[in-house]
Design a protein around this ligand. Structure first.
Ligand code: FAD
Ligand code: DHB
Length: 388
């Protein structure tokens, strides 16, 4: 087989890249390790920046997003019993959109299937060869049969545990990592959201986040021990823990019900530099991870895809400048989103090693955020998304 761009990974980054390139007349073959049903069932991100929405429109998959996404003009922050709202639209002129990652991937798969671009699911033994030459290849097995793709470029969109990043030699790659001493226990429940807009809550029992997918579907998270198993948490225990982390009015208003999904995610900050090696380009979680406070994971991946699609498109028009600048351009934005996610995580969580002094520093900073328009504006600019 031959194609222009071999895309490894059929998550949001790989799919979006495939669609943007398809619209420019560039051929791709996509390889995904899992089944399509598995990818579509993974409950993950829920909040899209304006720039991510613009890219989905540019990729031709914005219709359902425009009809079914919920635009939020503000976001709530609470500390103990007090809650205040940050007026995102008033401060920045922009809103964010609640639209689940499951819907984004569904729309992108529908669009890909309407084209003749090939996708292989449940592939195994994916290996990248000769990425540092002008003739890279990708080998893999599909239905136990060995396959090979010859291509111009390889896009490594295979997430944190993929094969693309380790293909970059150790003496070229530099890793930056911070692991947090807690995780998030998340549930999805068919109950109405406790508030119209999201609540990021911090209190003496730890962090909690109230989010949603629509009027009848809520997504809630509580800070927990990263080593715990979700099976150890009954629904009742989850609701009790969430309730005691919310301000009294929201705790009283909380509607509970059976969970339809429950999982624990560890929290990590991670960046790999560079994001390019020869003709291999890393995109999304393959190159970086943020802790989820601030909802930057999927949105940072979308930024990478934008820069890579621009670079590959310019290459086929005779200009290698944007492709040569890919790693630098992407990393500049990645580090800013890393900073914001680290800051918001550090501000809102209970850290086991913190002294009373450090807890008071968090309290004073939340007070500054409540009282200072300048502090709110800095938070809001990052939350709605930095320009691409
Ligand atoms: P992924 O979505 O990880 O996609 C990579 C794809 O590559 C996967 O489908 C995988 O099966 C495939 N793959 C892996 N290895 C191979 C291989 N060798 N060959 C072929 N295919 C391969 N972000 C938020 O903003 N908010 C959240 O609430 C949130 N929750 C999350 C919860 C969890 C458990 C995780 C893991 C992430 C969460 N994120 C969240 C982050 C967000 O979902 C990711 O940033 C986003 O999915 C990145 O997209 P991606 O396409 O880069 O990677
Ligand atoms: C969601 C997840 C986040 O990490 C976040 O900051 C906001 C929303 C969500 O799943 O809805």
């Amino acid at each position: 087989m031959r194609t222009q761009v071999a895309i490894i990974g059929g998550g949001p980054a790989g799919l979006l890249l495939g669609q943007l390139l398809h619209r420019q007349g560039i051929d791709t073959i996509l390889l995904e390790k899992r089944s399509k049903a598995h990818v579509l069932s993974r409950i993950r991100a829920g909040l899209l920046e304006r720039g991510t929405c613009d890219l989905l429109h540019e990729a031709g998959v914005g219709a359902r997003l425009a009809a079914e996404g919920f635009r939020h003009q503000g976001v709530n922050v609470s500390w103990g019993e007090e809650m205040f709202r940050i007026d995102l639209a008033g401060l920045t002129g922009h809103a964010v959109t609640v639209y689940g990652q499951t819907e984004v991937t569904q729309d992108l798969y529908d669009a890909r299937e309407a084209t003749d671009a090939p996708s292989f699911f449940e592939v195994d033994e994916v290996t990248i060869h000769d990425a540092d030459t002008d003739a890279p290849r990708v080998t893999f097995t599909h239905d136990d049969a060995p396959q090979e793709i010859a291509c111009d470029f390889v896009a490594g969109c295979d997430g944190f545990h993929g094969v693309s990043r380790p293909t970059i030699p150790d003496d070229v790659r530099r890793d930056y990592e911070k692991v947090y001493p807690f995780g998030w226990l998340g549930i999805l429940s068919e109950t109405p959201p406790v508030e119209e807009e999201l609540i990021y809550a911090s209190g003496p029992h730890g962090f909690a986040l109230c989010s949603m997918r629509n009027e009848g579907l809520s997504r809630y998270y509580v800070q927990c021990d990263a080593s715990e198993s979700p099976d150890a948490w009954s629904d009742d225990a989850f609701w009790a823990e969430l309730r005691r982390r919310l301000p009294p009015a929201q705790a009283d208003a909380l509607v509970t019900g059976p969970s339809i999904e429950k999982s624990i995610a560890p929290l990590r900050s991670y960046v790999c530099e560079p994001m390019r090696w020869g003709r291999l380009f890393l995109c999304g979680d393959a190159a970086h991870i943020v802790p989820p406070t601030g909802a930057k994971g999927l949105n940072t991946a979308a930024g990478d895809v934008h820069y890579l699609a621009e670079g590959v498109t310019a290459h086929y028009r005779g200009d290698d400048g944007p492709l040569d600048a890919y790693s630098e351009r992407a990393l500049a934005r990645v580090w800013k989103n890393e900073r914001f996610s680290w800051w918001f995580t550090s501000l809102m969580h209970l850290f086991p090693h913190h002294s009373d002094f450090e807890r008071n520093m968090q309290r004073a900073e939340v007070a500054l955020l409540r009282e200072s328009e300048a502090a709110q504006r800095a938070m809001a600019e990052n939350y709605v998304g930095l320009p691409l």
